[in-house]
Design a protein around this ligand. Structure first.
Ligand SMILES: *Cc1c(COP(=O)(O)O)cnc(C)c1O
Length: 496
């Protein structure tokens, strides 16, 4: 039995089982859980190419979640990847013009967060049963837009779990807000915070760090957990679509099994691209992983200099899900680059917390990682050009990756075929997409949904169809100082 355990990147919370790591979310010492070794999966793409997404997901997840039974994995996979996705492939790889795109936006909230947040609730439910946790799991999530709705959908009416999402009242798009406040699950609560995303995030973090409040919740039968990408249960399901995409290219005859390919990944928190790196370590023939940033190009600077430095202005861009300075999943990669030396990782993370930067020896950097970035103008130009040339509409995040890849292609003239990882439907960002195409409308964002449909002829996804007409089911508001009181109040009322 090739059992896999999970170790903390900070070295004080090691050898926990997969189910324990998923329940804990963050390791007890503040680090992130990483698998103690990569499972040995002899990937034979001539065979894998005929597997369904679900079959492949079962195979990959069984190799990592070694304390889950085959039936439990199948239950999770089949509950997650079903008709909630609008195509049987779940994550199709399509060719448009000369480019391949791995479309990760066919789930219920039309952003790639669905790939992991559709399955995390089931993994958590099974893990809680395994760990004999009788308490109700209370998920608290602060969101800047995409994660909140994907988590609300994923956890909707999952037994034994309740979820509260805090979003900045004036910091998300109208479409994103409407998606959240029309959420129907009986176990969901959505709260607008008067403040920005950082305020919401800080409020939630304070609750996690508040021992008295946690004890009080425990008496009432609640246990806190998190749905953000620090949870290993979000990272592992993302490995599947890299392997699946490679297999689809083999199946469609675009590449021979064994041929190397590149992936260009629009990156924020470094979760998606890290899953690609794990897919490579498992034996997928990946040559370069191209880490694509917008104007918040901390990762680009890091990859090219070894210096991670957040001492800079935070820029609001048209690809908001990549507006991030502290990429939390990078810690897992740094751990690997430091030869699993948790003391070294702790030193870097302390330096980051205290001085806002750290420097790793540039020689340590993985030669297979390429960093690039695209400006706002390059991103807009790319949306327009791809629409005109290839009749394909990119959302602004995917457009960053396409712009970066095209620059890389001109400079490096790579021999391998490349897949652009496509993280959101353009319907989620109608304003910027329509502006990029050169149209000017005075409609609000809801009105622009129909306009985009007229221009592009892409069917309107159920996620946003008639969204302006849906009943608003959540109108809770809280000040950033009162998040805790708010939760107490709801508990007394029996809403939680
Ligand atoms: C979250 C998100 C990203 C960034 O992914 P990371 O895993 O945080 O690097 C990119 N695009 C979209 C649309 C997203 O929602």
């Amino acid at each position: 039995m090739n059992e896999i355990f999970y170790n903390s990147t900070r070295g004080q919370d090691n050898k926990v089982s997969a189910s324990q790591a998923i329940i804990n979310g963050l390791a007890g010492d503040g680090g992130l859980y990483v698998p103690d070794k990569m499972p040995e999966l002899k990937l034979d793409f001539e065979e894998i190419k005929d597997l369904s997404y679900q079959e492949l997901a079962c195979r990959i997840l069984s190799a990592f979640l070694t304390d889950f039974s085959r039936q439990e994995i199948e239950y999770c996979v089949h509950s997650a990847y079903d008709q909630k996705f609008d195509c049987p492939e779940i994550a199709p790889t399509v060719k448009r013009g000369d480019s391949y795109y791995l479309e990760l936006f066919h789930g219920s909230t039309i952003a790639f967060k669905d790939m992991a947040l559709s399955i995390l609730p089931y993994l958590m439910k099974v893990a809680a049963k395994k760990q004999q946790i009788k308490d109700t799991i209370l998920i608290l999530t602060a969101t800047s837009g995409d994660t909140g709705k994907a988590a609300l959908e994923g956890f909707s009416d999952v037994e034994g779990i309740e979820i509260v999402v805090f979003y900045p009242k004036d910091g998300v798009s109208k479409i994103q807000e409407r998606q959240m406040i029309t959420s129907a699950g009986k176990n969901t609560l959505v709260v607008g915070i008067d403040g920005n995303f950082d305020d919401a995030q800080t409020g939630v973090k304070q609750i996690f760090g508040d021992a008295a409040f946690r004890a009080d919740l425990a008496t009432a039968g609640y246990r806190l957990s998190s749905a953000n990408s620090i949870n290993i249960g979000r990272l592992l399901p993302q490995i599947v679509y890299y392997i699946y995409s490679y297999a689809q290219l083999v199946r469609q005859g675009h590449i021979q099994s064994g041929e190397l390919i590149d992936f260009a990944v629009p990156t924020g928190n470094f979760g998606n691209i890290l899953a690609g790196h794990y897919a490579k370590r498992l034996g997928t023939p990946i040559n370069k992983l191209i880490c694509c940033s917008n104007d918040n190009k901390v990762l680009y600077d890091f990859i090219n200099s070894g210096r991670y430095d957040i001492g800079r202005d935070f820029k609001l861009t048209i690809s908001p899900s990549m507006d991030i300075l502290v990429s939390s999943n990078l810690e897992r990669f740094i751990y690997e680059l430091s030869d699993n030396d948790s003391n070294q990782v702790k030193t870097y993370m302390n330096q980051l917390a205290e001085t806002g930067s750290y420097q790793i020896p540039i020689s340590k950097l993985d030669q297979d990682l390429v960093g690039g970035y695209a400006t706002e103008q390059e991103t807009l130009d790319t949306i327009k050009r791809v629409f005109e040339q290839d009749d394909y509409v990119l959302d602004p995040h995917t457009a960053v990756a396409k712009a970066v890849y095209d620059k890389y292609w001109l400079q490096a003239k790579p021999k391998h075929c490349a897949v652009i990882v496509s993280t959101a439907s353009p319907y989620k960002f109608t304003n910027s997409v329509i502006e990029a195409m050169g149209y000017q409308f005075t409609d609000d964002e809801f009105g622009l949904i129909d306009k985009l449909h007229q221009i592009s002829d892409i069917p309107i996804p159920p996620a946003v169809d008639q969204i302006a007409q849906r009943p608003v089911l959540h109108n809770y508001q809280s000040s950033k100082e009162e998040i805790k009181q708010f939760l107490y109040h709801q508990k007394r009322r029996g809403t939680l």
